[in-house]
Write a protein that binds this ligand. Structure first.
Ligand code: GDG
Length: 500
């Protein structure tokens, strides 16, 4: 067997990087999921050879789907393997445990959790199913890289099946503080499950520190060694690595695409439609963690307290439909629409200025890039976010560097970008309104200097850096190979101090 074959990468995520839909004639159509993760992993998968394991997004599985998976995998340059899920499993594992328990709890929104005991059992069963597909498709030298909060039990299941390959895990969402984690009825099982991985990656030093505190509190005799980007944790008779690896984007691709003539034309068209004013932009999935209602209240507050800005700004809020099967998401949509109606009803100039442009749909890539390029101010104010790629994409697309980023302190991205963005507490309605006012009046020199620094950091620590550093942390013998990157806050104390 060749060396390449021996060191394959096996990526495991809830969803495959393609979604498969059945057409009216019963044939399967694949649509690429896109996204930075796929772009970043593609060269590694092609070079080392590899497999991507996940759910197709469709309930059940038939022979046609298996053939479609093979064909798409051949074209993509790596194998695709599906984990079939029934509608009931999707309900309890995905909508239930993952999105009604872990998602709100890990985003500090405990009151939104539905701790239904049935969810946990199905979560474990589905994780076992993922592990079975991994076991069938991996060899002894392979590195298995599991992604995100849906699959925290996969290493435990694999170890139970006798798989002793190295297994890494990256958590895309925040890890909660000890006080919150202790609320979880399955806290012990989950912490033990995570300790069965060989490397755990978090977005920020704060998430890693929360995890380490939970391990120390829940696991007797746990020891933690080292400092810097990667620590060693010894617990339950084994040692694993725990690091922080801020995820990023394919900076050069965004920059190049944003510079295309048709993107520039579409961006200018937006300014022609909304002339003589600054454009403020929010782009988010429909999700209560993204802080959209509070952001709208801040915009209302701005217009009420600063009448001079009326007709001088328009706020474009794009909301991408997501998880509409969950009642809280439907309620959130209603709340957003009521707030938009209230602001527009209070301040509209009939026949002229409309303060909020509300878009409820998914944008094409071209429109997304044009909105980024056209916006003078980006308003990225999640209540809590693992990282937030919209903030990074906005900076990458701002090729004129003449704009400002307003960023929540509680986005993972704040640890890296906080010194050059305008940081805000998303719960502070007047504070966010004041930050918009400040961004509006900021002089060109300051705007450009800040944006240049933001873009430099994102360019240097792009998604390829992220993949490379995670994989190196998994395999390197000498952890001193991980010095503190200069522009990245991985020092725990610094991550906790506010930059003002
Ligand atoms: C999770 C964590 C972490 C948005 N609207 C459209 C569109 N998008 C794309 C953006 C961006 C992505 O969706 C959103 O990424 P975020 O990072 O902002 O948020 P989550 O979806 O919550 O992601 C997050 C991330 O995982 C990665 O680890 O940063 O904290 O919650 O890429 O461009 N894309 C298109 N049309 C849209 O209308 N084409």
């Amino acid at each position: 067997m060749s060396r390449k074959r021996n060191e394959r990468l096996v990526v495991v995520s809830n969803r495959l990087p393609f979604s498969f839909r059945q057409d009216a004639a019963g044939g399967w159509r694949a649509e690429p999921g896109g996204g930075g993760l796929v772009t970043a992993l593609l060269p590694v998968l092609r070079h080392r050879g590899g497999t991507w394991i996940g759910w197709t997004g469709a309930a059940g599985q038939d022979e046609g789907l298996a053939a479609a998976l093979d064909a798409v995998g051949t074209g993509a340059g790596y194998a695709l393997k599906a984990v079939p899920l029934t509608a009931g499993e999707v309900e309890n594992f995905y909508l239930g445990f993952s999105n009604e328990i872990v998602w709100p709890l890990f985003h500090d929104l405990q009151s939104l959790c539905n701790f239904d005991p049935a969810y946990w059992r199905i979560y474990c069963e589905v994780n076992r199913r993922f592990a079975e597909v991994v076991r069938e498709n991996c060899g002894p030298g392979d590195f298995i890289w599991v992604h995100d909060y849906h699959l925290m039990n996969v290493a435990t299941e694999l170890r139970g099946m006798g798989v002793d390959s190295r297994i890494g895990f990256f958590l895309h969402i925040p890890f909660p503080s000890l006080d919150l984690f202790l609320k979880l009825p399955w806290r012990m099982s989950l912490i033990e499950a995570l300790l069965r991985f060989d490397l755990i990656g978090f977005q920020t030093a704060r998430d890693r520190r929360n995890f380490v505190q939970c391990v120390r509190a829940l696991v007797k005799g746990a020891e933690v060694e080292g400092r810097g980007q990667v620590l060693l944790v010894t617990a339950l008779g084994r040692t694993l690595r725990v690091g922080s690896f801020p995820i990023s984007i394919d900076y050069n691709a965004f920059m190049r695409q944003a510079a295309a003539a048709e993107v520039g034309e579409r961006a200018r068209e937006l300014h022609r439609l909304l002339p003589n004013r600054k454009l403020i932009l929010g782009i988010d999935r429909l999700d209560y963690t993204k802080g959209i209602p509070l952001r709208l209240k801040a915009f209302h507050n701005l217009l009420a307290r600063r009448p001079g800005l009326r007709e001088r700004v328009s706020f474009i809020q794009v909301v991408v439909p997501s998880r509409e099967d969950i009642p809280q998401y439907r309620d959130l949509k209603t709340e957003i629409e009521q707030l938009v109606g209230k602001i527009n009803g209070s301040f509209v100039n009939p026949g002229g200025w409309v303060p909020v442009w509300y878009v409820y749909r998914s944008l094409s890539r071209l429109d997304l890039l044009a909105y980024y390029r056209a916006a003078d101010i980006a308003l990225v104010t999640p209540l809590k976010d693992g990282m937030n790629l919209v903030a990074k994409e906005y900076c990458a697309c701002s090729i004129e560097e003449d704009c400002a980023l307003i960023l929540s302190e509680f986005a993972g991205a704040a640890a890296q970008l906080g010194r050059s963005a305008l940081l805000v507490n998303p719960y502070d309605i007047e504070g966010v309104a004041d930050a918009i006012h400040r961004a509006y009046h900021m002089d060109r020199g300051e705007r450009q200097a800040r944006m240049r620094r933001l873009r430099r950091s994102i360019r240097e620590y792009d998604v390829f850096w992220w993949v490379d550093s995670f994989l190196r942390a998994a395999i390197t013998k000498d952890l001193r190979a991980f010095p503190l990157p200069e522009n990245l806050t991985v020092d725990e104390a610094a991550d906790y101090s506010l930059p003002f």
